[in-house]
Design a protein around this ligand. Structure first.
Ligand SMILES: *Cc1c(COP(=O)(O)O)cnc(C)c1O
Length: 413
């Protein structure tokens, strides 16, 4: 088979829609176009039935009851509804009472869709603790335990990190939260559909997930809201028709929801074999690159990681040049383009990765249609590019000659 370029290795950013998902969605754009809120005729009933099926499919993927699934526009919205909704509902003191409205625990290397709602709550009078991970990137139950306060009302920790794939101690954190009667939310966007999930076994109260990270459509997602032990209450952020148990008013995105449901069903059926396949591909990719190049580091915990994500830093190459050199591989870099400058990834910084190594890192994330030919090609392209860039690097020459660069006295200008 001939390879097509660029090769897509950015599945942590978004996934293509599975053709089986598109097929399931199509009738709901045209002949089955009803509003599930229309209770008086066939069109409404048909749409409602489709939404019920999807609700069952999504609930099955995470071990929940159908009644606990709220459809949203994606993980950003799910996170907002969960974090702000819980904070406002469980606050300990009213705003302006001269003490914190409540205490929230999260981590500095969460996704912006968690950090920004937490920062807004901070401005509104809540105290927020942003935990710092160690070099392996993990957040443990012990870290949460040492941050607990009498007025802690919410813990929000992602299941798996989107940049490095590391997996946090969710079940233990959940158990700790339940022991202290604290609501536990997890942004599981990267985890769900890839790894076995059971909200009861794993002690999760609120869970965010997104269609377009699991081969479903963009603009649809779900929030799991626990109904018993404890029954989680949320203050609603959008008021209107009272759909989705009042947690999320607005006419349901029926086509998107049907797609999310189908994507969930496929993910559950294929999870185990697909996980093994991707792990084998990634292992070979990492071993090939690390075997051919020196001064290479894989970021984050080596074992406690999703099988399809790898984040690799390359010493003695310049970040932008590296991205340019591997143009035929569609992947992410450790640099985030902000309006004015190129900032090193805050996630890698949180792990203590230096600015230089953060800039010169690549996140490669494999997916359902990634082939061994593609990952082999990517490995060779990366090796070739890094070697070429290092030929131009006087620092790399010094390193090879055994000069300890950390001890070199640089001329300052
Ligand atoms: C992609 C992603 C989000 C945002 O999801 P949307 O559905 O695009 O809003 C949130 N959290 C994590 C961890 C993600 O990977």
């Amino acid at each position: 088979m001939t390879l097509k370029f660029p090769i897509y290795l950015d599945h942590a950013a978004t996934t293509p829609c599975d053709p089986r998902v598109v097929e399931a969605m199509l009738p709901y754009f045209t002949e089955k176009f009803g509003n599930p809120g229309s209770r008086n005729h066939q069109f409404g009933w048909q749409a409602e039935e489709a939404v019920d099926t999807a609700r069952h499919q999504v609930a099955s993927l995470i071990g929940a009851d159908e009644k606990e699934i709220i459809f949203t526009s994606g993980s950003t919205e799910s996170n907002n509804i969960a974090i702000k909704g819980a904070a406002y509902m469980y606050e300990r003191a009213p705003a302006g009472a001269g003490k914190p409205r409540g205490h929230i625990i999260t981590a500095i290397h969460e996704h912006k869709a968690v950090l920004d709602p937490c920062k807004r709550l901070q401005k509104e009078g809540f105290d927020v603790t942003f935990l710092e991970p160690g070099a392996d990137g993990l957040i443990t139950a012990d870290m949460i335990r040492s941050a607990l306060r009498d007025d802690t009302i919410l813990v929000t920790i992602m299941w798996a990190n989107n940049e490095i794939g590391t997996i946090n101690e969710i079940r233990q954190i959940g158990a700790l939260c339940h022991e202290h009667e604290i609501i536990f939310h997890t942004d599981a966007t990267q985890w769900v559909g890839k790894m076995p999930t059971d909200v009861n076994r794993d002690n999760v109260d609120l869970l965010s997930m997104s269609g377009h990270k699991l081969y479903g459509p963009k603009g649809v997602g779900a929030l799991y809201v626990r109904r018993r032990k404890p029954r989680v209450r949320l203050q609603s952020l959008v008021d209107g028709g009272g759909q989705e148990r009042g947690f999320r008013s607005g006419t349901l995105n029926v086509t998107g929801i049907v797609g999310l449901g189908k994507a969930a069903e496929i993910a559950l059926a294929e999870m185990e074999s697909e996980g093994r396949r991707l792990l084998a591909l990634r292992t070979k990719l990492e071993n090939t690159v690390a075997g051919a190049l020196d001064v290479v580091q894989v970021n984050g915990h080596r074992e406690k990681r999703l099988p399809h994500i790898t984040n690799i830093s390359f010493g003695f190459v310049e970040g932008e040049s590296l991205m340019m050199a591997v143009k035929e591989i569609a992947c992410s870099s450790g640099s985030a383009c902000t309006s004015a400058s190129l900032e090193p990834s805050y996630v890698l910084k949180a792990l203590g990765v230096g600015d230089e190594l953060a800039h010169s890192s690549l996140r490669l994330s494999l997916g359902r249609w990634t082939t061994p030919e593609q990952t082999d090609y990517a490995a060779e392209a990366i090796i070739k590019s890094v070697r070429k860039l290092r030929e131009l690097s006087p620092l790399y020459d010094m390193h090879k000659e055994g000069i300890d660069l950390s001890k070199v006295e640089w001329a300052h200008h």
